[in-house]
Design a protein around this ligand. Structure first.
Ligand code: ATP
Ligand code: MG
Length: 226
């Protein structure tokens, strides 16, 4: 039977001091070994949905459950289970040196020797040169920042991944690396949600695809596309 790790039930959300419901009575369930793609036009609410599933925004109505229990009551400890890649990596990075950025989460969990090993494994997985480790985070290109943001999530191996436009600004080589990584994560049993405009990039990897429109998710069946 499918095992749900994270789910949102009858979510309603509007931003403070606005009167438009961005999400309306929305349901979604993230299961082990499954990749969900959420697409939709600019402003549809894809990023908002990710922030809610990560426990970073609180819906006015409805609930978010992690392992069947309210996420809110499990924070902040539950953050180790959920990896969030923000749409703009610049909002994620806060350590001046790349090494410390990737090491930040594992340092909360492991000793320095183990952290060092993990960092080298992460670099290898991403095909990044170890010269990156000494670079200044804020001097990297946008694409490089995205890769370091991804590295900082891989480093603590969360079982749920919420990825907001994970391929934008990456070269073909790194796009393929990340797609391979996402496939491997599914293989390992992780639950993955990707938010993106670019359905075509993910056609071969997603298990289900939803269009977010007027605050709701509409299933986009492959049979209807073909
Ligand atoms: N902090 C905020 N305060 C008020 N309104 C906001 C805020 N953040 C987003 N919004 C509004 O909420 C709606 C949904 O935004 P969101 O960023 O979730 O959409 P999106 O689908 O991720 O768009 P994009 O494809 O451009 O990334 C938009 O109308 C946006 O203007
Ligand atoms: Mg967005």
């Amino acid at each position: 039977m499918a095992k749900t790790l994270l789910e949102a039930k009858k979510i309603w959300y509007k931003y403070p001091r606005t009167d438009r419901w961005v999400l309306k009575d929305l349901d979604i369930a993230l299961e082990k070994h499954k990749i969900i793609l959420v697409t939709g036009p600019n402003g549809a609410g894809k990023t908002t949905l990710i922030l809610i599933l990560a426990g970073l925004l609180e819906p006015q109505k409805g609930k978010v459950l992690l392992h069947g229990e309210p996420l809110k009551e499990q924070l902040p400890g539950a953050r180790r289970y959920i990896g969030v890649l923000f749409q703009n990596p610049e909002t994620m990075l806060f350590n001046p040196i790349v090494y410390d950025e990737i090491a930040f989460a594992p340092r909360q969990l492991f000793d320095e020797e183990a952290v060092k090993k993990k960092i080298h494994i992460v670099l290898e997985q991403l095909g990044l040169n170890k010269e990156y480790l000494n670079k200044h985070t804020f001097k990297l290109s946008y694409g490089e920042k995205k890769l370091i943001a991804i590295a900082s999530i891989i480093s603590y191996d969360p079982e749920i991944l919420l990825l907001d436009e994970p391929l934008t600004n990456l070269s073909r080589k790194y796009k393929d690396k990340i797609l391979e990584l996402i496939r491997n994560w599914r293989e390992q049993g992780k639950a993955i949600l990707i938010a993106s405009h670019d359905v075509e990039e993910y056609t071969n990897i997603y298990d289900s695809c939803y269009i977010l429109k007027y605050g709701k998710l509409i299933e986009n069946r492959r049979s209807l596309q073909e």
